[in-house]
Design a binder for this molecule. Structure first.
Ligand code: AMP
Ligand code: MG
Length: 348
């Protein structure tokens, strides 16, 4: 398949939005930017179109898709009923990086929800995305636009790496702002539960709707508790190299990482180091990559996946990473890092 790649510029925006809408209406696939990561879109109400997403990504078919909408009025058609909490959260955070799970209506095919009786819905905060969703019929199923198991794409180049030749069109809107997937909150039964941490934190949600829990399956990976979002159980977000996180006092962390790197080099391997701008100077050997500054946590979330991809490209055999327990995004950043590392953590 020949993938059409277009750079969004103001003068031609209307044309590309119209073309992507047509592709979506005819059951095709379009990758598009959002404020979180790039999405791979298909008509959510067309089972055959949704099936193409799974094929292009190599995604397990039990892993449901998030349905993207552009107008709040679109919500009532795809859910059984709109819970009170959903109204309040939408008011506070939509458009934005929050996905809500509700009981689905009959309009949503099983192929979109992995056979579940619930549907995940989000309204992204990105002008191009919103226009494309409307042009495509208003209901666009979209997971992240990466090959399953690879880090999510935060720039069009990443989408091209994974999807060129497999989908109809890629809308290149430059780099994304947040760089981590949306927060997912389950409103389908009892107390609201966060199934995937993101930019909207538990605290922020609680300020709007009262008590919110964290999914127990998120915290202890190898316990017998399964994460409730089917996708959270896979070793996701992963670079090709093995990855180990080192946590503790900054100086001790540096020392431990230097020691690990030294041992790898001695064995003729090619180790990489993932660190903050502030500590980069403490490393003199190995491939050192600064992820961002501790004074601005968005620089860390935004660059995380891109840096993991760079390590892959440079053929690094192992990655040693500092931890980034930053004030707001720390939970989400550490969730992704722990998964990328297959939960390998050394405390010093
Ligand atoms: P992605 O679109 O690649 O960011 O992944 C979507 C995430 O949402 C996956 O972890 C899914 O398992 C999760 N998800 C989507 N729909 C549902 C649902 N109805 N119930 C629980 N989790 C869901
Ligand atoms: Mg994904």
């Amino acid at each position: 398949m020949n993938t059409k790649i277009v750079r969004i510029s103001e003068d031609r925006e209307e044309k590309w939005v119209e073309q992507s809408g047509e592709i979506l209406q005819h059951g095709g696939l379009v990758a598009f930017p959002t404020e979180t990561v790039y999405g791979l879109g298909a008509n959510a109400l067309d089972e055959k179109a949704a099936a193409k997403i799974y094929a292009a990504k190599g995604r397990p078919s039990d892993n449901p898709l998030i349905v993207h909408i552009a107008d709040f009025s679109a919500l009532e058609k795809i859910v059984e009923k709109i819970p009170e909490e959903a109204l309040k959260l939408a008011e506070a955070f939509w458009p934005g990086p929050l996905t809500m799970i509700m009981k689905k209506s009959k309009l949503v095919p099983d192929g979109t929800t992995g056979g579940l009786d619930t549907v995940a819905v989000r309204m992204p905060k990105h002008e191009i995305a919103l226009k494309m969703i409307r042009a495509g019929g208003g209901y666009i199923a979209a997971p992240s636009a990466n090959t399953s198991g690879r880090p999510s794409p935060t720039a069009a180049e990443h989408v091209i790496e994974d999807m060129d030749g497999k989908i109809d069109m890629i809308l290149d809107g430059g780099s994304v702002g947040i760089g981590l997937e949306s927060t997912i909150i389950d409103l389908s039964e009892g107390t609201p539960v966060i199934l995937r941490p993101g930019f909207i934190t538990q605290k922020m949600a609680e300020q709007v709707i009262g008590k919110v829990e964290m999914d127990a399956g998120l915290i202890r990976p190898d316990a017998n508790i399964r994460p409730k979002a089917p996708g959270m159980k896979y070793r996701h977000y992963a670079p090709k190299a093995s990855m180990i996180l080192v946590r503790g006092e900054r100086e001790q962390v540096s020392e431990k990482i230097r020691q690990l790197v030294y041992e790898e080099l001695k064995q003729g391997k090619n180790p990489g180091i993932l660190c903050a701008e502030e500590t980069a100077d403490t490393y003199t050997e190995g491939i050192v990559k600064k992820i961002g500054t501790l004074h601005d946590e968005m620089t860390i979330s935004r660059h995380l996946y891109g840096v993991l991809r760079e390590f892959d490209q440079e053929g690094v055999t192992s990655i040693f990473s500092e931890t980034f327990e930053t004030p707001v995004l720390g939970t989400a950043i550490m969730n992704r890092l722990m998964k990328a590392a297959g939960y390998q953590l050394i405390e010093v």
